[in-house]
Design a protein. Structure first.
Length: 202
């Protein structure tokens, strides 16, 4: 926005209040009918207390990337960001169980302290001995367990993260798990997992 646009905006609004947001908008503005469910999930996981404050949820343009992340912008303020393409899947399929699972996963990172400062520092310390990715990967497994515990119904929908938002509904899950069984014990899959900061092949 240019300066003239701001002036025109304030003139048009007169005495009425004007809010100009420069950050990504809160998630509840896009899924207001699901806000109560999101709040209920967070409270079920123990958020909303003095020790574990409710994280802020934000939506950003995914530009085709299916992702979400949990982070801190200060010592105490937590937030979760979800990419818009994940919501595309939920709206196109009419199934929000995937979103519930992903939010439980990301909230799990906060609940388990993965976004705490000392954890981030530990990751840096482990990097010279090539254990930083293994450390991060174990945290991902832990967050997945949180997602499975609090939102089990959305676990199989995670196939969209492997196959994309257009092919996810076409994947034969039985064959997919069969292929995992065939390669699960191979040295190459284990090596690939060791070198990755996220689980590979599952």
């Amino acid at each position: 926005m240019q300066r003239a646009d701001f002036i025109g905006l304030y003139e048009a609004m007169g005495d009425r209040p004007v809010t100009i947001r420069f950050l990504d908008p809160p998630l509840h503005e896009f899924v207001p009918h699901k806000d109560s469910e999101i709040q209920a999930l967070a409270k079920e996981m123990g958020f909303g207390t003095k020790k574990l404050r409710m994280p802020r949820l934000y939506l950003i343009n995914g530009n085709g990337v299916l992702n979400a992340f949990a982070a801190k912008c200060s010592l105490h303020r937590r937030y979760v960001v979800i990419h818009s393409d994940l919501l595309d899947i939920a709206y196109n399929t009419g199934d929000f169980s995937l979103i519930r699972f992903i939010l439980a996963h990301e909230l799990g990172h906060h609940k388990c302290g993965h976004t705490n400062l000392w954890r981030l520092m530990l990751s840096i310390i482990l990097k010279p001995v090539a254990l930083d990715k293994s450390f991060t990967r174990t945290q991902e497994y832990t967050a997945d367990r949180a997602g499975l515990y609090y939102a089990e119904e959305g676990a199989l929908s995670m196939i969209y993260l492997f196959s994309g938002k257009y092919m996810g509904s076409r994947v034969d899950l039985e064959e997919y798990f069969h292929s995992i069984d065939l390669h699960d014990d191979t040295i190459w899959l284990k090596l690939s997992n060791f070198l990755s900061d996220h689980p590979v092949g599952f």
